[in-house]
Design a protein around this ligand. Sequence first.
Ligand SMILES: Nc1ncnc2c1ncn2[C@@H]1O[C@H](COP(=O)(O)OP(=O)(O)OP(=O)(O)O)[C@@H](O)[C@H]1O
Length: 299
Amino acid sequence: MIEVEGLTKRYGRHTVVDDVTFRCEPGTVTGFLGPNGAGKSTTMRMICGLTPPSAGRATVAGRPYRDLPNPGREIGVLLDASAQHVGRTGREVLAVAAQTMGVAPGRVPDTLGRVGLNPTAAGRRVRAYSLGMRQRLGLAYALLGDPRGLILDEPANGLDPEGIFWMRGLLRDFADRGGTVLLSSHLLREVEAVADRLVVIGGGRVVAQGDRDDLLSGAGTLVRARDPDALRAALGAAGLDATGGTDGGLLVAAPAGVVGQAAADAGVALTELRPAGSGGLEQIFLALTAGTSVQEAVR
Ligand SMILES: Nc1ncnc2c1ncn2[C@@H]1O[C@H](COP(=O)(O)OP(=O)(O)OP(=O)(O)O)[C@@H](O)[C@H]1O
């Protein structure tokens, strides 16, 4: 439902999103995970047509976002909860959005209730909202058009633990009814609890992606060669998906024997070959976040 292919963004000589490819399927929650500055927001903005890509493409329901006739009915987007009109009440924000999207005004109170904003809160101006309340309002905005997909950038920011638990339930339920969810976070534990699939990004590049359980159980092999390009080519030729860590090692979703054979067949000398073991993803994520708030990242 959401397809991203070779998406790249350069600002001057700085490549902030580098050849990012992934898909989000109906009925699943995809966690888009990476430390601060990894390129998550830029990728999401490109998917939503807010930032033009330098290369690659992104589609929602088979079309570029900007070509969707009424995007709010197809995909709900929450990119920046602080960008709401602060002079309006929550109810007014949604009423205006309902009009724009051609949604029956009767959906406004229902949607506000769905995100836990009671009539008193809905009657207050957004200026007086906490960040958590703004996130709830942003989520209401995203849900208002009864879309089949959601794109949410760090939606848990500002929510208290109870709010985070509530939001997980809402997103899980949305996906279980056939919806497609892409949500970003810089906290592994936060997305791990709700996502079926993970796409991990660091320094603008996808460093791991796949089913959450596979990634977290480390069902895969860590492999390293003196010539990483030759190793990549060898694995590619054998039809094996490899994602790169920051230190030149590769994580491959196949048993060590298969990986070693692929390298041997191509005459590539390995310097390391071992099962990723438990915590394979955690190790990758720790390597990515090294130097930043490591404790927080895997909390
Ligand atoms: N308009 C811009 N001009 C130049 N550089 C930019 C611009 N927008 C983003 N960047 C840079 O792109 C990189 C990726 O930023 P991005 O906001 O996409 O990361 P992120 O993963 O969403 O991080 P965070 O969790 O902190 O929001 C950062 O180094 C940022 O400084």
